[in-house]
Design a protein around this ligand. Structure first.
Ligand SMILES: [Zn+2]
Length: 201
């Protein structure tokens, strides 16, 4: 199935995403594609962290959506697992346009962290992250080992503060542990990075 989507059809009168019912599900899906594409350079492609989620034969497709940001602004996406594909346009300057965070994510000093799918989904489900932190998740890529997050050390430092807050207020023990371990790994990553930087100074 191929679709051509004007993303503003999935925003309400105030420009915020609709979030209920099947329109809400599609709003999240297309919105996540737009956010990922907006953090790509023009003509950039990515194997994103966006899950396909179509249900061919009643089984949820687990494919990772491939995204291409065309020179004319149109976003092309495709799922290599089920061959679902589509185009999204009219997304610039909407709620889902996260291009203002491009520099903090992909600066020359970016460091990377691989997380598991479960860790990524837990992070994406948190609702107190900063916009900058959310942009790190939107720009994530699918790699063989899991999901790769890339951002400037300062952006990771910001993210870890929010995750620590969530870990402290998490009532679910498993999520609390998962978030706590993630904090430790991000802090270790930042520490190693600082040591490595020290060699060059
Ligand atoms: Zn699929």
């Amino acid at each position: 199935m191929s679709s051509v989507i004007d993303i503003t059809h999935y925003l309400d009168d105030r420009g915020l995403p609709v979030f209920v019912g099947s329109a809400g599900r599609l709003s999240r899906f297309f919105g996540n594609i737009v956010a990922a594409a907006s953090l790509l350079p023009v003509e950039g492609t990515v194997v994103s962290a966006v899950r396909c989620g179509t249900r061919p034969g009643h089984k949820r497709c687990e494919g990772s959506i491939h995204i291409y940001r065309r020179y004319d602004g149109v976003i092309e996406w495709t799922c290599p697992e089920c061959d679902d594909e589509g185009f999204v346009y009219n997304w610039e300057a909407t709620y889902w346009d996260k291009s203002r965070y491009y520099d903090s994510n992909l600066g020359f000093d970016a460091v990377t962290l691989i997380v598991s799918r479960a860790e990524y989904d837990t992070l994406a489900g948190l609702d107190t992250l900063s916009e900058e932190g959310e942009a790190i998740l939107h720009a994530a890529t699918t790699v063989d080992e899991g999901i790769e997050l890339a951002a400037a050390p300062g952006a990771f430092d910001d993210l870890v503060g929010y995750i620590a807050f969530e870990a402290n207020h998490e009532s679910n023990h498993r999520s609390e542990q998962l978030l706590g371990k993630l904090c430790e790994r991000i802090e270790m990553l930042l520490e190693f990075n600082e040591i490595a930087q020290g060699f060059y100074d």
